[in-house]
Structures are given as C-alpha cells and as structure tokens.
Write a protein that binds this ligand. Structure first.
Ligand code: TPP
Length: 815
C-alpha cells in the first residue's frame, strides 16, 4: 500500500514521469528512475502507463494551471485513435523516397531522413489539425536533414523535380549564383486528411544552422499583419530543428525569447526537434549539457513533448496536441521527436569510424514502415512495390527535364517591386510640401487630453514645431520622424525596432512619449491621419542576431512597409553577421529573394573607445557586388529625410545600410533648412560650392566631412574643396566624375577617413578614385592600421583627430 492518494501519485508522475519514459529507439537515452515515482500499487501502474510510455511530457513548470490540466487530461485519457493506414502510407513513401535516391545517386549528399521519417506523418497530422483550427498558411523552416523529403511530401514538389536537381539540370541558371538543393525554399499546397488546403512556404536558408529561425518567424508575422485580425489563426509558423543545433546555437534561444513580446509574437510557433541523437560525428554528451537538446525551450512557460519516433501513433497524437495547444493557449510548443540517423551525416560520410557500436545497433533496426506495418498486422510489401515503381518512373522523367525545376515566383505582393541592377530611372520625387511638414510637426507634438509630457521632451516637441515652421533648422531626429510621418500619410506602413529605439539611444527620437504621472505610452506617429497605415515602433530585446533575422523575414513578406532595424551602436551589428552575410547581402543572388530592409548603424569616431565608434563600413563594402545593397552615410538631416523616403517610395527593393550620426545628431552643421525638405532629392555626392578654383579636393564620408569644413574655415584655406560622399554603394561614379570635372584647377585628390588604414572605405575607394581622377594624383589620409577600430583613450582620440585634420590640409601619403 502506498501512503499517497491517487492524486498525489499522479502528480508525482506528471512531474517526473518523462524522465522514465521510453524515448530512444537506439537505447542510449536510458530511462531514469526518479525516487519520487518509485511507487507501487494500482494508481502508480496506471500513472506509469500514462507518463512513462513512448511519450514524455514536460509541462509541470508551466505556471498556468489550466494549461497543465489540459495536458494532463490528454496524457491520462485512453489513447485517441489514429488513421494507421494514412500513417503507414506516409512512412512507406518517405522511407522509399530516400532509398530510391540512395540507390540512384549513391555518394551524393541528400541528408536522409531515414531513422526519423515519422516526421512526415507528424507534419501531416499537424497540418490537418491546424487547418481544422483555421490555418490557411504554414511558414516552415528547417535545415538540411530531410529537406528533400519534406519538399516532396509536405510542400508538394514533385519527386521528379527534386530528382532533376540531382541531375544538376540547367546549370546556367546558377552561374555565379544560386544555391544547393537542400537550402532552397519552396512554396506549395498541402491537402490535409480532411481535404483542406494549406499553403506551405518553406523558407530558404543558409548552411548556418538555426539562422533561419527568426527569419521564418518574422515572415510569419508579416503574413499575419497582412491579414489584420485573422493573422495568428491563419498563419502557423513551424520550425524544424536539429538536436545539436537547437541546443548549441544562440540564435535559437534568442528566437524563443521573441515568442511573447508584443513586437514579435506570432501567437505561438510549433517547434519540432528532429532529434537523431547525434550531430555530424558528435555525441549528445559532448554537445548538450542537459538530458534533452530541447531543454533550452524551458526558458518559456511552454510544454515540451518528447516522443519516440519508432511509435508513429504516439508521435501523431503528440503532433495533434501540440497544434491544439498552440491554438488554445497561443504560445510556442515543442515536439522532441527522438529517432536515429541511419546513415552518416551525409551519405558520403561513414559513421562507423566514430560510432561503431551505435551503428551496429542501428543497422539491426528495420525501417519504421516495416515495424509499423507489423504492429498493425498489415502487409506493406505490395504498397512498397507500387511506390517504388512510381519513384522509378519519376526518376526516368527527371532525366528529360531541361529547365531548373525549382525556380520560384515571388508572391503577388511583390509585383509592384523589383530588384536587379540600379537604374536612375527608378528615382522618384521625395520632397514634401511645406504645409504638409507643418501639419506633421504639429501632430508629432500633439498628445491626448490629460497626458503629461516630460518637460524636457516638451521642449523638444516645441522645437520640432518651430523647425517645421521654418524658424529653426531641422535636425536629424526631427528629419527622421518627418520622413516617417509623411510616408505614413502617403500610405506607407513603417516598422522600426531596435534596442531602446522608441526614445532613441542618443535621446534624439522620442517616437513614443511617456506620461509623467502614469507612464502611459503615446506614439504620435500612430496618429498621423485617420485611417492610416500601421506605424510600429518597438524596443527590441537585447539581441542583434534574432532581431535582425526577424526584420529581414518581415521585409520579405511586406515589401510595402518601410522596415528598419537600428543598432544601439553600429559596432554591435556584427552580432548579426550571419544575417548580414548570408541573407541581406546574398539573398537575392542565392535565392532570387528581395528585401528592402534598412539597417541604421550609429557610426563615427568620437573618442568612445573600440566598441562605440565603428559600424565597420569596410565589411559592408566588401559584401557589395552587382548592386546587391545600398550603403549610405548622409551628413545632413535633409539627406537623411530624402534617403529614407526614396527607400520606401521607389519600386526598387534593396537592403539599405545607413551609417547614422551620434554626436552630429544635434550639431548645427548637420541640420538642414526647411527648403531642403520641400525640394530636392537625396544626393549621392555633395560637391563643394564654397571655393572657386581649388587645387585640391578632399573626399570623405560622414562626420569627418563637417570636421574638415570647420578645419578649413579655421585655417582660412581657399584652395581646398571638400566633397561629401553620401552614398558609397552603388558607387556614384557619374556624380563624382561630374563634381571633379567642375574643377579643372584641381591637381590632387585626397581621400580622408577617420578609420584605420585596414578599415573604412580606403581599400574600396582608392582604386576607383585613381581611375576616375587621372591624371591627377590621388592620396589618402587615415589612421595607421590597427587590430581594433579605435583607441580607448578620449585624449588619444583628440590628438589623432587633430593630426588627421592637419594632415588633410598639408601632406597626404600616396597609398
Ligand atoms: C552554424 C553552423 N555551424 C556548423 C555547421 C556544420 N554542421 C552541419 S550539420 C552539423 C551537425 C548538425 O547536427 P544536428 O543539429 O543534430 O542535425 P542533424 O544533422 O543530426 O540532423 C554541423 C555541425 C553548420 N552547418 N552551421
């Protein structure tokens, strides 16, 4: 007799049962024996059957009692029926697809799903339940493992199209670009068991595991936003993770943290860990510090369902619960599908050199369709033969395909936009009428009745009114909000996020105002007109990677919106390097996918040390090729205004990297008079109108332009012209040549940068300037090469800057 009540016994199993569950078909994850459930008696036997079978549910850490009860009810009920014929069909199809590929293309990488093909019936069930609950679209992200299988059996690509990629047909469509087959996105339709159709959008991804996670969630958010109130119901994001990658990659953890934040939530993401208990050659004990790779998800108050993939009925039930839970509680859910990997990491890899014993055990396991058919007393052989026949026929047809079959079309909301090379004909008017600017200026300062504005902020708002009335030059902060306000009133939605972005790191923005009595928030830009498109501004979590990935994803499915991400200081953007290199710079080239994402990167040498100075212009310039991005550093408020507006108003969708000011934000030299907003456009080069017949031209970008002008004034120098290079890429060769041509008296062109010689635009510009300035000599002034971007000493910085400015007006080295 146990001294506990039945309820207490069950409670112990609810809490600890998952540790004793039978989860690993290969037997490495041995069930544990927690003393709390070392109980005997009838209640314990019943509880053990519920909680220690092939499903292990972790849910007692969820604070919400209704959620826990909901899960306990399902775990403790009799198992619901499963359509075993449908499951078997999918297991046979998925398993034999891999085997046919293996026999036809031995030694070609495909990252087989064998050992865990139960994923296919799991996805089938998830889609069926989701459709019943209102899903119309699924945004699906995954890595290499099983991707081709999922493409055929879930996305709905034909087997012959995938086989044709093994034949590498139509290589010309890839010359100098394109991507490998197991990274490509795809779009298709899935017809569920109940006959509903769900659009599947599989997201293109780089090799970098888990990097696609926030991109997919951002895409889902954009698709949801397009559907207004119905969004979270209609669009379900699903992320498939590798076990080693999910546990190891920070971007996965960062993405989880987005789940319940206003600015990022998608009403719950379904995560499936395709857990084969190995990562390339590494064992879980070397890659995961806790029992389960999925433990990272315990940072959220959500359930984790571990399930043995050799029990497809259990896995399908779990899929059903997971989707139902998501739709009921609107949170993320994790399914940890535990199986094995039948082959090496890829099929050219021999796993027996590192896991000889494990692979002897695996070799003895039959394909899951065999064990499943046996369990359900079905003869699978005739169906296997038929499906093999179909696949062989598809193989034959694939050999006759001549065109790359996996090329895709963008959704119709991209019809109004284009990528490709820059064409000046794409430019549009970006000036705004004075009356409109006055109206926006007033609205920026208008608050609801009874709202108490902080006196310091009130002063700023009053100044903004003065600015738009032409009584004071317009500064950067005001110019930016005027750009957003005018776009919103023209019908362009705006989404701006980043750390502390609502106020602005440099206290310059105040896009959201806070009541001094109640802390209630009010965002004037959300009240510019009625009705108006959405203005979203959010303080982001303290992440660079996941949030940049998210905004890139958002921009992919909402090209009409001006989407901007702001770094606290530009230096931190290298925390998002994977998104910059793999998605922003290369997405169009690899996948033909466009994005108009804007990165705002505060940049400039102001004596704040190695990590508050440089947004690494050199890195972006190195990534620039074939008009893939725009790289700008506007030196005036009006230039900033026109640049933001043209980014939204042109039909050209290209990522825009902006090097934004810090100290110059309020500097009078960077402020612009009202007429600069009511006329004109963004100028990629600002020539010099102050000197006549100069003998030298200094070319520079960013804040140092202002410093050079001040230095020239101080020196009373009348021989030196200063050109501001406002756009570095696409390189404004025509404009710069035209500016140079105006001065036949110039003998010497000097590039001046405040960055060290191994950084900044030096390497990018010198060959171009040399070619263009011929026969004049081209020299440069810069700091000496340095491993770190800037000095940690404010005083040393001052000395350096003084020297730099002096050199610019005296001697410069030819380099
Ligand atoms: C960020 C990143 N680091 C390293 C790799 C190289 N790599 C490719 S697959 C792999 C193992 C992945 O293991 P797991 O996540 O368990 O997925 P599996 O291949 O077992 O399905 C590694 C290390 C990579 N692709 N991405």
């Amino acid at each position: 007799m146990t001294p506990f009540t039945d309820e207490a016994v069950f409670d112990a199993f609810r809490r600890w049962g998952y540790l004793a569950a039978d989860l690993d078909p290969v037997g490495y994850l041995q069930p544990l024996a927690p003393p709390e459930i070392a109980l005997e008696g009838e209640a314990a036997a019943r509880a053990r059957r519920c909680y220690c079978g092939t499903i292990g549910a972790e849910f007692m850490h969820i604070p919400d009692v209704e959620s826990r009860q909901w899960i306990a009810e399902r775990m403790e009920a009799d198992p619901a029926p499963v359509d075993s014929a449908r499951v078997l069909e999918r297991l046979i199809r998925a398993g034999n697809f891999e085997q046919v590929l293996q026999s036809r293309y031995p030694g070609t990488k495909r990252f087989s799903l064998e050992g865990i093909v139960t994923l296919i019936p799991v996805m089938d069930e998830a889609l069926d339940r989701a459709a019943a609950l209102g899903a119309e679209q699924m945004v699906l992200a995954m890595s290499h493992r099983g991707r081709l299988n999922v493409m055929v059996h879930i996305v709905g690509k034909s087997a012959e199209d995938v086989f044709a990629r093994f034949e590498d047909v139509d290589p010309r469509t890839f010359l100098g670009g394109g991507d490998v087959k197991y990274h490509l996105g795809a779009t298709g339709n899935y017809v569920t068991a109940h006959g509903a159709a769900v659009e599947i959008h599989m997201v293109s991804n780089p090799s970098h595991l888990e990097a696609v996670d926030p991109v997919a969630v951002g895409r889902a958010r954009a698709k949801q936003a397009r559907l207004c109130g119905r969004g979270t119901t209609c669009v379900l994001p699903v992320l498939l993770h590798g076990d080693a990658a999910f546990a190891g990659q920070g971007t996965a953890a960062e993405t989880l943290n987005l789940a319940n934040l206003d600015g990022y939530t998608v009403g719950g993401t379904l995560h499936v860990v395709v857990n084969n208990m190995i990562g390339f050659t590494a064992n879980p004990q070397d890659t995961v510090s806790s029992r389960f790779a999925a433990d990272v998800a315990k940072r959220l108050p959500i359930p984790i369902f571990h399930v043995n993939a050799e029990d497809p009925d259990a896995a399908v039930r779990v899929a059903r619960w997971a989707v139902e839970y998501r739709y009921k509680f609107h949170t993320d859910v994790v399914v940890d599908l535990i199986g094995y990997r039948r082959h090496g990491h890829s099929e050219i890899d021999d796993p027996t050199t590192t896991q000889p014993v494990r692979y002897r055990r695996i070799a003895a396991l039959p394909p899951v369709w065999e064990s499943y058919a046996r369990r359900h007393q079905t003869d699978a052989a005739p169906r296997v033969a038929e499906i093999r026949g179909e696949l062989e026929a598809a193989l034959k047809r694939a050999r006759n395909i001549r065109k790359n079959p996996l090329l895709r079309q963008l959704p119709s909301y991209w019809n109004a936009f284009q990528g490709g090379p820059y064409d000046p004909a794409l430019e549009v008017d970006t000036a705004v009428r004075a009356e409109e600017l006055i109206a926006i200026g007033e609205l920026l300062g208008r608050v609801p009745a009874g709202f108490s504005v902080h006196p310091k902020v009130k002063k700023l708002l009053d100044q903004r009114v003065q600015m738009t009335q032409g009584r004071q030059a317009i500064d950067f902060g005001a110019a930016e909000l005027l750009a957003y306000g005018s776009l919103l009133r023209q019908g362009t939605p705006v989404r701006l996020t980043g750390q502390d972005t609502r106020r602005g790191t440099f206290n310059q923005r105040h896009a959201t105002l806070f009541d001094t009595e109640t802390e209630a928030a009010y965002t004037p830009l959300a009240n510019m007109a009625f009705p108006q498109p959405e203005f979203e501004v959010y303080d982001s979590p303290l992440s660079e990677a996941a949030v940049v990935g998210f905004e890139y994803g958002y921009s992919r499915d909402y090209p009409e919106t001006l989407v901007l991400w702001e770094a606290q200081f530009g230096d931190f953007a290298n925390g998002a390097q994977v998104y910059i290199d793999q998605f922003i710079a290369a997405g169009e080239d690899k996948w033909g996918l466009l994005s108009g994402l804007v990165l705002l990167l505060p940049h400039g040498y102001e004596g704040q040390g190695p990590e508050h100075s440089s947004a690494r212009l050199e890195r972006f310039l190195q990534l620039a090729a074939r008009d893939n991005v725009q790289i700008c550093q506007p030196t005036t408020a009006a230039q900033y205004f026109h640049m933001l507006r043209r980014q939204a108003l042109r039909r050209w969708r290209k990522p825009l990297v902006v090097f934004t000011p810090k100290g110059m934000l309020r500097h009078p030299a960077a402020a612009s008079p009202l007429p600069d907003f009511t006329s004109g456009r963004f100028l990629p080069v600002i020539p010099d109108r102050e000197v006549t017949n100069p003998t030298r031209v200094l070319v520079a970008t960013g804040k140092i332009v202002h410093e050079l002008r001040a230095e020239r004034k101080k020196r009373g120098d009348a021989r030196t012209a200063i050109f501001a290079l406002e756009q570095l890429y696409p390189f404004p060769e025509k404009e710069l040549l035209a500016a140079l041509k105006e001065y036949s008296t110039v003998r010497e062109v000097v590039w001046v940068q405040e960055e060290p010689a191994n950084m900044g635009a030096l390497f990018f510009l010198m060959p171009r300037l040399r070619r263009m300035a011929k026969p004049r000599s081209v020299l440069s002034v810069k700091l000496s090469a340095s491993p770190s971007p800037a000095t940690g000493s404010g005083k040393a910085h001052e000395v350096q800057q003084k020297t730099l400015l002096a050199l610019a007006f005296t001697t410069a080295k030819a380099q």
